[in-house]
Design a protein. Structure first.
Length: 174
């Protein structure tokens, strides 16, 4: 009798699995997964708009402020910039990445005395490739600063797609 109950349970489970599979694969009534398909034209347009934003002029008041920022404020500014490029559960603070801002930050940090020389080097290592529009270090840059700040929530998991980045820029800066 016990064998029949076990066999019946197994058959019931298999029937449920088959039923779920048929339901999910059914074009007429099955569950639709919300998967974004990124159109190559949309991606190209997004990249173009991001590039234009990077080259856009910035208020001199904004970049001049870098000269009087503390070590901690400069670290936070770079951290806030990484938010434009990375996927993270939580992001606090944002600063748009532009060519002028990156160059000014790099120059200020290079010429500033830091209490902690490794912080200075960390920021220069992050910003140097950005000068040439190379943001491949964005996730590691974010997480390096995040770890330095003892972050527990909001670790970056990946780079945003161009469309996601453009949406972020439009939401935060436009």
């Amino acid at each position: 009798m016990k064998k029949f109950k076990v066999a019946g349970s197994i058959i019931g489970i298999l029937a449920c699995i088959v039923g779920v599979y048929v339901y999910l694969s059914n074009d007429n009534g099955g569950l639709k997964l919300n998967v974004k398909k990124i159109d190559p034209v949309t991606t190209k347009e997004a990249k173009t708009k991001i590039e234009k934003g990077f080259e856009a002029p910035v208020s001199s008041k904004e970049t001049e402020a870098y000269e009087i920022m503390s070590e901690g404020e400069l670290i936070q500014e770079v951290h806030n910039m990484t938010h434009q490029k990375v996927k993270a559960d939580k992001k606090w603070g944002s600063s748009e990445i532009t060519a002028e801002k990156v160059q000014k930050l790099f120059d200020v940090i290079k010429n500033k005395d830091f209490k902690n020389g490794s912080n200075k080097q960390m920021l220069l290592d992050i910003l140097e490739p950005w000068i040439t529009k190379d943001f491949t270090n964005a996730v590691s840059a974010h997480n390096r600063i995040w770890a330095y700040q003892n972050g527990t929530i909001g670790k970056a998991t990946r780079t945003l797609s161009p469309q996601e980045e453009l949406e972020y820029i439009q939401k935060e800066f436009r």
